[in-house]
Ligand binder design. Structure first.
Ligand code: AMP
Ligand code: FE
Ligand code: FE
Ligand code: ZN
Length: 290
């Protein structure tokens, strides 16, 4: 991967497809990544590996695919618990305990989505759960799918607005049945994968965990921290970098691309070759080459 003379490779390690709450199919996602000039793309759908096979089949020449997922986790050290996201790369997708946990979380997401819709309907808001579920087309269902129903109903103008406090951000927000973050790190490592904390200081999304917890997660097997992400301010990025240096973790940067569910574009943020190589060296699954 390292070339002494050529330009630095473009590496985007956090993207979503229709296997969760993105709007491009896995095949469209890998083609879009090649068109955007990326050299390495990770597919990291929420709580599923369902996008891996179709992404692999459509992999364009010259693009490398890191297979991953973004696990819905929680930290129970404070009440209410803090939800957080753990990226997991290059793990065995058939590890039984991990498979069971992801299946459980996806089922709980459906139940929670249906309860959010019931709350909306109780307030006279005409959104339909069967329609939202079919909008997710078999992918992991999430609030962005409910946001689409609010947009279709003309109640909000954008996904961003749908995540405001009057809607899915607070008033109609319900917690998910997330995985305890220590258990998630243990499972990802047991499955031969590499765990990276996604957008750990994104205060604009809500509460974040203290640095002391991140130190404990590092001791439990966490490998890296996502520093460059659109939800981090420059000060938050600098903080994450300093913390990673202290804890001997690598840092990544990624777009967290969701197609038209967000405005960010593929490759908007990227990861350095050294961090990429640490992930490749530690993961049990090969990086696929197109
Ligand atoms: P859920 O996983 O159902 O709790 O929904 C969270 C997902 O909603 C995240 O993974 C993002 O894709 C998306 N999301 C969160 N906040 C926003 C926002 N302000 N604007 C657009 N999408 C958002
Ligand atoms: Fe998402
Ligand atoms: Fe996330
Ligand atoms: Zn994400």
């Amino acid at each position: 991967m390292t070339s002494p003379t050529g330009p630095a490779p473009r590496i985007d390690l956090h993207t979503h497809s229709t296997a969760s709450d993105g709007t491009l199919t896995p095949a469209e996602l890998v083609r879009a990544a090649a068109d955007a000039g990326l050299d390495v793309l990770a597919i990291t759908d929420h709580d599923t590996t369902a996008g891996w096979a179709p992404a692999l089949r459509a992999l364009p020449p010259g693009l490398r695919l890191v297979r991953g997922a973004e696990l819905s986790c929680r930290w129970s050290g404070v009440r209410p618990e803090v939800p957080l996201h753990l990226l997991a790369y290059l793990f065995d997708p058939d590890h039984p305990e991990l498979v069971a946990e992801l299946t459980r979380v996806r089922a709980a997401r459906e139940e929670r989505g249906e309860r959010i819709v019931a709350l909306l309907r109780a307030d006279g808001i005409d959104v339909s759960w069967p329609e939202i579920l079919s909008g997710a087309a078999g992918g992991t269902v999430g609030r962005p799918h409910i946001a689409q129903a609010l947009i279709r109903a003309g109640l909000v103008g954008s996904t961003r607005e749908a995540f405001g406090p009057d809607w899915l951000g607070e008033r109609y927000r319900l917690p998910k049945e997330d995985i305890d973050v220590f258990r998630a790190i243990r499972l990802v490592r047991a499955a031969g994968g590499v765990p990276v904390f996604a957008h750990p200081r994104a205060t604009r999304r809500g509460r974040v965990v203290p640095d002391e917890l991140i130190a404990e997660l590092a001791a439990a097997g966490l490998a890296g921290l996502e520093a460059d992400h659109e939800d981090h301010s420059p000060a938050e990025r600098a903080h994450v970098r300093a913390l990673a240096a202290d804890l001997d973790l690598f840092v990544t940067g990624s777009s967290d691309f969701h197609g038209t569910h967000k405005t960010v574009q593929l490759g908007a943020f990227s990861t350095g070759v050294e961090a990429y190589e640490r992930i490749v060296a530690a993961g049990v699954t090969e990086v696929a080459s197109g």
